[in-house]
Design a protein around this ligand. Sequence first.
Ligand code: NAD
Length: 255
Amino acid sequence: MARLDGKVAIVTGAARGMGEATARLLVEQGASVVLADVLDEPGRKVAEELGDKALFVHLDVTDKTQWQAAVEASADFGTLNVLVNNAAILLHKTIVDTTEEDFMAVTRVNQLGVFLGMQSVFETMKAGGGGSIINISSIDGFQSKNSLLAYSASKWAVRGMTKTAALEMGKYNIRVNSVHPGGVYTDMHGKAFITREQADASYTHQALPRVGMPREVAAVTAFLAGDEASFSTGSEFMADGGWHAGSIFDTLPQL
Ligand SMILES: NC(=O)c1ccc[n+]([C@@H]2O[C@H](COP(=O)([O-])OP(=O)(O)OC[C@H]3O[C@@H](n4cnc5c(N)ncnc54)[C@H](O)[C@@H]3O)[C@@H](O)[C@H]2O)c1
């Protein structure tokens, strides 16, 4: 029996990057997956490649009506019991250059989208006897970097909302956790413009001195989706190459 047999999942932002890797891994491990994204063409292509255990729905995570349609679509596979809130957008602007429109655009997708997702799946998961919600935050949900005001605020919010939802939904056997990737080689990370080796060069100070790959984060999400994680909720799971351990200084003795 595969680890995720019987699981029915929605993965947002599944047309590419970490969402795509997550959808692929969940299907490999036995789950049926609704791939949701605003990028219809690539999203449909991934779902087609995955076969009978996958379908694509157009979902803008900021739209409550579209969320309802996505949850309804998942019923084709059985009772929904996994949600991966992965979709997000990135913005690099200083505090001075960030407009109200910029701030709200990031907040709507990265924060409102996660809230609407959790709210939209609750009744279905409750009726089905439980489930697992995995919210993709970031290392920037613990700290930040210059130019990440709106993005970092949204990722701290995801971490906070995860706690509230875990506390409210736990009695219905719905677990809610956040995953915190470090730098991962995707379009959001500039994959179209820099090679993997160039990306690695940004992480020489990190315990694992390289950029991460989408599947390495998907593996943590897949663990949380499954019943092996049955006593984990309201928690933060790192997949950051050791970013949080601290920094390696070339000027100090090392192995
Ligand atoms: N790549 C990194 O270095 C990194 C680091 C930490 C956290 N993260 C987080 O990991 C998650 C995945 O990021 P990624 O690197 O794969 O990004 P990506 O840009 O490659 O993919 C994001 C996906 O989300 C979709 N999306 C954007 N707005 C949407 C909306 N309104 N509704 C539905 N879908 C929408 C995009 O179309 C895209 O397919 C995000 O939550 C991101 O913040 C990424």
